[in-house]
Design a protein around this ligand. Structure first.
Ligand code: LAN
Length: 727
């Protein structure tokens, strides 16, 4: 879809040669891209199918005999996908989508004096060129979004730092777009913050981010340790950098940007008026009156901070930054905190420090080269998540038992074994962490954060691989399975539902203090049908193998989680997805859970209502397609095109519900088979995932896991249905 532009920005050399890039996979699934300089190096380390596939080069994998039925289509799918498994057993993948991360990488590195390799610099430029909106030249909050002030302002700055001239046509067009959106003065809060670090926005134009909040007593309902983990982990280094008013020294580029970014003379801007100036296109969560009132009070406080108090607060925030770096080997929880922590550590400890060097090394883990250039990813990968789904798919469809697939499953189990977190964090209570012993996280063990549904999928996958197959070694002991179940049991909320990383810690009204205008529901944890389902299904799988272990607690947990699912169903019949797009995603999970307690189309009103909701959305071509905009508005919004993955989710949902009629399922199967390529793979379609209501994020491996899973399952399902109906 995207061109590999051959001619770099004017006056520059060419972009890089894609035949020289290699993905290095080591240390428990860590991925980093490397550019080989010489032909000898290339010969010694040849490009493999994984490299080629993700770079968008021809993999050279053969055409397969055309599939005559759904099972053969699933088999062909895995015949292809097996080649994308890396030698350590997991399936690497690109995790891009958000367009506000690369600027953080570029600006944060620049203000910390951390350079990039030439090939990285060029590929980041290529990415930004490729991803500029073809009509207006701006960038959105994510790759499919309309141009926004946040995306355009920050990515424009990134291009300039990367060395593209202000009068390069891409910059000229982007600048015009930015000015049309009100100029950088109207950039949302996180944009203001990045620009202030760079010294092209005045700190006076930011609402206060006081580190003193960390000095409040822990029991206070508004204490930041009660906030959603991503928000608080971003807020820690932000409050440190705000507390010290980190400001990059003025240089020619800074002076030039001050001229380029605004619609009026930079030196005539009245900054306090900009604090609440946010471009309409960007505004998803407008400030509440309470937030504005508190900001005014805090702005007064900023005029007369008490130095010993401010210093203590800054020290406290710094201590938390160090704990976070320590706990995650300098990964940090996510890409935003990664770069803010990096700037903070670089500022406090300097370029010779261990922290600086480690941050530089681990910065690499977020940088991914794809066919369109180099981006910054949403995490250091989605290793566990992708492995969890494909392994369950292979076991459930019977593909795991084919001789040619056995080795790949053993290798996946080996990866899964080492990815389980075996101990609690180093700074467990002092950094306000939840227990991690026994958990699986979303990416690697090193990142080290418990996620409810990742632990659920990890546990299910472990049980499937060890107990449902007779050729795999028992690598994960019973005790370790118990540890995983124990973690899950610590995470349930009183209403029965599950949140993402922790039980809900703070009151809902904290959402009134959401400072980031571009995201919704970010201040505290919420309950999610997807997370709840993973826990229910994994505990249900677990208790079949270990019926004696915490029997009552597990039964109670499942029952109350089901109650939450009933309550969270929308009257029209679907569930709103928060991490995948959207209703098809969440409804698939919810119906799986309901079926586990015997609630299906024929026995339960909830299940029937959900099936009928989905059936109303099936298209004439047999598939389903909903836009990422469904997640913004929590109402179904059709996509222009039918989507293979959403079709799989919808068909899976019908099968979980034991829907008794074959026709809609057969039509869905036919649609998915019709889109399969001759080598067994499927082409990339629209973006699959979402977070915080507004930002789409890629799960490119879903086009293998959910297709294979659905097709394999449907083959059996339809056969059984035919037998039952005597056809
Ligand atoms: C993720 C990725 C995975 C996702 C699932 C496991 C799919 C979900 O079921 C639970 C939540 C979780 C773990 C999740 C939370 C938010 C993340 C980490 C992300 C969507 C990936 C990127 C995003 C993160 C917040 C991006 C940085 C932006 C900020 C607003 C801080």
């Amino acid at each position: 879809m995207y061109s590999r532009l051959d001619v770099a920005p004017s006056g520059e050399k060419h972009f890089t040669d894609y035949a020289r890039w290699r993905l290095l996979v080591n240390d428990g699934g860590r991925h980093t891209w490397h550019y080989l300089r010489t032909d000898e190096e290339c010969k010694a380390w040849p490009q493999n199918a994984v490299d080629k596939y993700w770079l968008g080069l021809d993999t050279g994998l053969p055409d397969l005999p055309p599939a005559k039925d759904a099972f053969e289509a699933a088999k062909n799918g895995y015949e292809f996908y097996k080649n994308l498994q890396s030698n350590d057993g997991h399936w690497p993948g690109e995790y891009g989508g958000p367009m506000f991360l690369l600027p953080g990488l570029v600006i944060g590195s620049y203000v910390s004096g951390m350079g990039f390799k030439e090939e990285e610099r060029l590929e980041m430029i290529r990415y930004l060129f490729n991803r500029a909106h073809p009509v207006d030249g701006g960038w959105g909050i994510h790759v499919e979004g309309e141009s926004s002030c946040f995306g355009t302002g920050l990515n424009y700055v990134a291009l300039r730092i990367l060395g593209v001239d202000a009068d390069h046509p891409v910059c000229v067009k982007a600048r015009a777009c930015l000015h049309k959106l009100g100029g950088a003065a109207a950039i949302p809060a996180w944009g203001k913050f990045w620009l202030s670090l760079l010294n092209v926005y005045d700190w006076e134009g930011n609402n206060p981010v006081p580190p003193e909040l960390w000095l409040l007593p822990d029991w206070l309902p508004i204490h930041p340790h009660r906030w959603w983990i991503h928000t608080r982990t971003v807020y820690v280094p932000m409050s440190y950098l705000y507390g010290i008013r980190f400001t990059f020294p003025e240089n020619d580029l800074v002076r030039a940007l001050r001229q380029e970014l605004y619609t009026q003379d930079y030196y005539s801007i009245y900054w306090p008026d900009q604090r609440n100036n946010v471009c309409k296109v960007d505004l998803y969560s407008p400030h509440s009156k309470l937030f504005d009132a508190i900001s005014i009070i805090l702005s007064v406080y900023e005029q007369c901070t008490i130095p010993p108090l401010r210093n203590t607060a800054v020290d406290c925030a710094y201590k938390l930054i160090v704990y976070e770096d320590d706990n995650t080997e300098y990964q940090t929880l996510g890409p935003v905190s990664k770069m803010f922590n990096l700037v903070a550590r670089a500022h406090a400890e300097g370029p010779e420090s261990h922290a600086y060097k480690m941050h530089e090394i681990k910065r690499q883990d977020f940088m991914w080269v794809g066919e369109d250039g180099m981006r910054m990813c949403g995490t250091n990968g989605s290793q566990l998540w992708d492995l969890g789904f494909i392994t369950q798919a292979l076991v459930e469809t019977g593909l795991a038992k084919l001789d040619e697939n056995k080795e790949s499953l053993v290798s996946a189990l080996q990866w899964l074994e080492q990815a389980q977190i075996r101990e609690n964090p180093k700074h467990y209570h002092s950094s306000y962490r939840h227990t991690t012993k026994g958990a699986w996280g979303f990416s690697t063990k090193e990142q080290g954060y418990t996620v409810s549904d990742c632990t659920g999928e990890g546990l299910k996958s472990a049980i499937y691989l060890q107990h449902h197959l007779n050729f795999t070694p028992k690598l994960i002991s019973d005790q370790r399975m118990f540890d995983a179940a124990d973690v899950l049991l610590t995470m349930q909320n009183p209403s029965g539902g599950y949140a993402s990383y922790e039980p809900v810690r703070g009151p809902k009204f904290l959402e009134w203090l959401n400072p980031a205008e571009v995201f919704g529901d970010i201040m505290v944890e919420y309950l999610y049908p997807e997370c709840t389902t993973s826990v229910i299904t994994s505990l249900a799988t677990f208790r079949k193998i270990y019926p004696e272990y915490r029997t009552e607690a597990i039964e109670r947990t499942i029952r109350s989680a089901i109650k939450y699912l009933h309550e969270s169903q929308k009257p029209e019949g679907g569930w709103v997805g928060s991490w995948g797009i959207c209703f098809t995603y969440a409804t698939q999970f919810a119906l799986e859970s309901l079926a586990l307690v015997g609630e299906t189309y024929e026995t339960s009103e909830n299940s029937r209502r959900a099936c009928e909701f989905l059936l109303r959305k099936q298209r004439a071509d047999g598939g389903w397609g909903e836009s990422y905009k469904s997640c913004e508005s929590s109402t179904w919004i059709e996509h222009e095109e039918t989507q293979v993955i959403q079709t799989c989710w919808a068909v899976m949902a019908l099968m979980y519900a034991k829907y008794p009629h074959a026709d809609p399922i057969e039509r869905g199967v036919r649609l998915v088979m019709s889109r399969q390529l001759s080598n067994g793979s499927w082409p990339q379609e629209a973006i699959e995932g979402v977070f915080n209501k507004t930002c789409a994020i890629s799960y490119p491996n879903f086009k293998f896991s959910f297709t294979i899973w659905m097709l394999g399952k449907a083959h059996r399902y339809l056969k059984d249905l035919r037998a039952k109906n005597g056809v």
